[in-house]
Design a binder for this molecule. Structure first.
Ligand SMILES: [Zn+2]
Length: 90
């Protein structure tokens, strides 16, 4: 059961997250009103602490790799890694 969605601001490309029922989010960096239905969802997560962890990891990963976005393979790996991480905590 997923409660939060990890998304990215289309304006400034900062990662953030929303409650899965939330339709809009104001970007805390650039002030853009993000339409949740119109941006790609990187990951569904179970709680806001997981969302914060993933947001920080994604930001750091792309910065370190000097990339603008995840490839399809990296996105797939992110989802698998998250599923394994959740399972490891049960
Ligand atoms: Zn922004």
């Amino acid at each position: 059961m997923s409660m939060y969605l990890v998304i990215r601001c289309p304006g400034c490309r900062t990662f953030t997250y929303v409650d899965s029922f939330q339709r809009w989010k104001l970007c805390h960096v650039c002030g853009e009103a993000i339409d949740v239905n119109r941006v790609p969802v990187y990951l569904d997560v179970n709680d806001h602490r997981d969302a914060e962890t993933v947001v920080n990891q994604l930001q750091a990963y792309l910065q370190q790799a000097g990339k603008r976005d995840l490839s399809a393979e990296e996105l797939e790996k992110l989802r698998i890694d998250y599923a394994n991480w959740v399972r490891s905590r049960l």
